[in-house]
Design a protein around this ligand. Structure first.
Ligand code: 57M
Length: 359
């Protein structure tokens, strides 16, 4: 909004010329999202406590989690609100990619909200059925993938990291590929969100990484120099990624150990869906496996654990899955697990950035 109101005034007030620059708007969009989260956080925590929107802790979990019972959850509402407000303030609202990524953010948040609401209101219930939740995610992801493919000049080639000369064109199949990426990311972040700050930290790291990818993909000269796909208009997604990073750090202020609030499925499903959608728009889809490598590791630990459990009639690979619980049960204090996983996430983000040159 500010871009549309203030930039045209730059002929009278030269300072407003700054609003044409994506870098300028990304910085202030990040700061706006951070401060919205940071300033509203205490009020949201108080409101959730008053409404008794507290986390139910399953008995099957690690004993160290029992004292977390009642922690306010569904804090994802605050995260998505901060992202949306800041994006509406700082992004170019005529940009189709901004419309699509906001649709994904709010749509996945709605699915997560329904799950949290059913679980919290019905207590001890599982919320939405796993099948129902997956179907809703798939439908939204297929819609998102279709809208992205309908954007002008968007090509349906898949970028293979490290191999600049291999980019298979999936045609209409790209919609299904995009949906798999988006739904996979949504559920991977959801599974990871099992310790204080464990998911939101790597989400912020991934958002900063895709901020860079969106900026270079949307810059014709840089994209040509780096020989990556030029995605006209994707530069505005850098601003959106800035709001995701800002809101994530703002939420981390309260979700840091010992957490005063959890994000709930409303946050985890949405943030994962956002990362998947941004990965598709910036044509760095498969690279999400590296950028979001921590989420992949967590998900694979569950897949291996459940498969092995079923194949061996009850034996386990890990003490408990996802893998963050395994280290907890090995005796690592929760903060140590969290910070070490953040370090892994930062290393993976740096490796993913190197693919801009190693191709
Ligand atoms: C998402 N949710 C956390 C919180 C957060 C198939 C199986 C692997 C599924 C998995 C599962 O249920 N995943 C659901 C993970 C939960 O966090 C809530 O959920 C939201 C995210 N969706 O925002 O509202 C618990 O995580 C802890 N937490 C924190 N700090 C945070 O900032 O401490 C969350 C955020 C919270 C809190 O304790 O209650 C979760 O873990 O459920 N199931 C599991 O992950 C379970 N693992 C398991 O069953 N392993 C089995 C088999 C099936 C793989 C095994 O290893 O044999 C673990 N989780 C629970 N109990 N709750 C262990 C059992």
């Amino acid at each position: 909004m500010l871009y549309h109101i203030l930039y045209p005034l730059h002929t009278e007030i030269s300072f407003f010329n700054l609003f044409q620059y994506i870098t300028f708007r990304t910085i202030y969009a990040s700061l706006t999202a951070f401060f919205v989260c940071f300033l509203l956080g205490p009020w949201v925590i108080k409101r959730l406590r008053k409404m008794q929107v507290g986390q139910y802790i399953r008995e099957t979990g690690p004993e160290s989690h029992y004292d977390k019972a009642g922690t306010p959850t569904m804090g994802g509402i605050l995260i998505i609100f901060s992202i949306t407000v800041s994006t509406l303030l700082w992004a170019d609202l005529t940009n189709d990619y901004i419309h699509i990524v906001l649709l994904a953010a709010v749509g996945f948040a709605a699915i997560g909200f329904a799950d949290d609401y059913l679980m919290l209101i019905k207590k001890r219930s599982k919320g939405l059925s796993a099948r129902g939740k997956l179907l809703l995610q798939l439908l939204l992801a297929l819609l998102t993938g279709t809208l992205v493919c309908l954007c002008a000049e968007f090509d349906t080639k898949v970028t293979i990291p490290f191999f600049k000369n291999i980019s298979p064109d999936l045609g209409i199949g790209y919609v299904i590929f995009a949906a798999v990426v988006i739904v996979g990311a949504s559920n991977a972040v959801n599974l990871t969100d099992g310790l204080d700050g464990l998911a939101i930290g790597p989400v912020a790291i991934a958002a900063v990484t895709y901020m860079v990818f969106a900026y270079v993909a949307g810059h014709a000269v840089i994209a040509d120099y780096l020989q990556i796909n030029f995605v006209k208009g994707s530069g505005e997604i850098a601003i959106f990624c800035g709001t995701v990073a800002g809101a994530s750090v703002g939420f981390l202020w309260f979700n840091a150990y010992p957490a005063q609030i959890f994000m709930g499925d409303v946050g985890s499903l949405s943030l994962g869906g956002i990362l998947g959608t941004v990965a598709v728009i910036t044509k760095q889809e498969i690279l999400l496996v590296i950028v979001g490598g921590l989420f992949v590791i967590e998900t694979l630990s569950v897949i291996f654990q459940v498969s092995f459990f079923k194949m061996t009639n009850g034996q386990r690979i890990f003490k408990m899955a996802p893998i963050h619980h395994h280290f907890e049960l090995k005796g690592w204090p929760e903060p140590k697990v969290i910070v070490r996983f953040w370090i892994i996430a930062i290393a993976l983000a740096l490796i993913s950035m190197s693919t801009l040159k190693i191709r």
